[in-house]
Design a protein around this ligand. Structure first.
Ligand SMILES: [Zn+2]
Length: 332
């Protein structure tokens, strides 16, 4: 099946409607290659080296050879699937599985469902796909947007009696704690729109202002707390609305319901699906995955998510295992 990407993708024509149809469409590697080619080169082959389009002929083993510069490549070259040793059929099945699970999947779950030989392979596949969850050049949030910071990770202990021990534990947990900034579109009369998330080093202006600039359209109303970090918003074309805490007992969910809700959902997701095992240095990619899921939570068609994720995977630069794990080099 070759998808017709000139129009809005249609279920059963551009992406499988069901798992049965998936099995039907992708019996082997050749069918997967053809499908991915249809998505990547829907306007015809474009040479990744010289940029000429339409001037290629098919070589053996899924290769294309550019008539102009003789460059040879396959549909996976320069994408997250580059040099993979895992069959494309497993990759496609992984994307199907990931996009069909509302809460996401763990490496162990993926390994089991795909029958992969190693946990490491499943883990690295998931991490590569997480990098394809953010669409380049995506639209910024607009309208009424709440912005605030939140902590991810366990809070310092308060039940330990021994002060020295308490301090040690507090330091250890502090090192595992991350600060994230959350932006949530607020809909009238109620409900939330899209979100953006980012891990930041601290709550300073230097850390949070760039996040606002890259995530929110100027002209929007940005609702923040009284923090000095947001004082220059007006200078950048935003309308700032401060939510003033009336007293110490004023709970955050009253003044910032969107941020409060999203922060609680992320924490629950990290503790539930991922059992709290996410390390601070990996957190960015989990936040990308959460954003992907949240912003498409109302999507009626899971199959369309499958299609969108493949589209993004094909324009996402390759990442090596080294980059993901900082360990031994091997292709997955
Ligand atoms: Zn070329």
């Amino acid at each position: 099946m070759v998808p017709d990407t000139s129009k809005m993708p249609v279920s059963g024509r551009d992406y499988p409607r069901t798992w049965d149809q998936f099995l039907d469409w992708f019996p082997d590697e050749a069918s997967c290659i053809e499908y991915l080619e249809g998505i990547r080169w829907h306007r015809g082959f474009v040479c990744p080296r010289c940029g000429k389009s339409g001037e290629a002929f098919r070589g053996s083993r899924g290769r294309w050879i550019c008539r102009h510069c003789r460059y040879q490549c396959t549909v996976t070259a320069g994408t997250v699937f580059e040099k993979t040793r895992t069959p494309l059929r497993s990759w496609l099945a992984a994307v199907w599985y990931i996009t069909n699970q509302k809460q996401g999947v763990t490496a162990l779950g993926l390994q089991r469902v795909l029958g992969l030989g190693s946990y490491q392979t499943a883990w690295a596949m998931l991490h590569r796909l997480r990098r394809a969850m953010i669409r380049p050049g995506r639209e910024r949030l607009h309208g009424m947007v709440e912005v605030d910071e939140s902590f991810i990770g366990r809070s310092p202990p308060n039940k330990v009696r021994d002060t020295k021990r308490k301090q040690q534990l507090a330091n250890k947990r502090e090192a595992q704690r991350s600060i994230i900034v959350i932006a949530v579109e607020i809909k009238e009369p109620k409900g939330f729109g899209r979100i953006r998330l980012k891990r930041v080093t601290d709550k300073s202006e230097k850390a949070v202002l760039p996040f606002v600039l890259e995530s929110i359209e100027p002209g929007s109303i940005v609702r923040t707390d009284g923090s000095e970090a947001y004082r220059k918003l007006a200078r950048h074309g935003y309308r700032r609305e401060r939510t003033v805490m009336l007293g110490a007992d004023d709970p955050a969910h009253v003044t910032m319901p969107g941020v409060h809700r999203v922060a609680a959902l992320i924490k629950r997701w990290l503790l539930g699906t991922h059992q709290g095992a996410v390390q601070p240095k990996q957190l960015d990619y989990y936040l990308d995955e959460y954003t992907f899921r949240f912003n498409r939570r109302t999507s009626r068609s899971r199959g369309l998510l499958f299609y969108r994720m493949l589209e993004q995977a094909l324009v996402t630069e390759p990442v090596t295992y080294d980059q993901i794990a900082g360990k031994t080099k091997h292709n997955i």
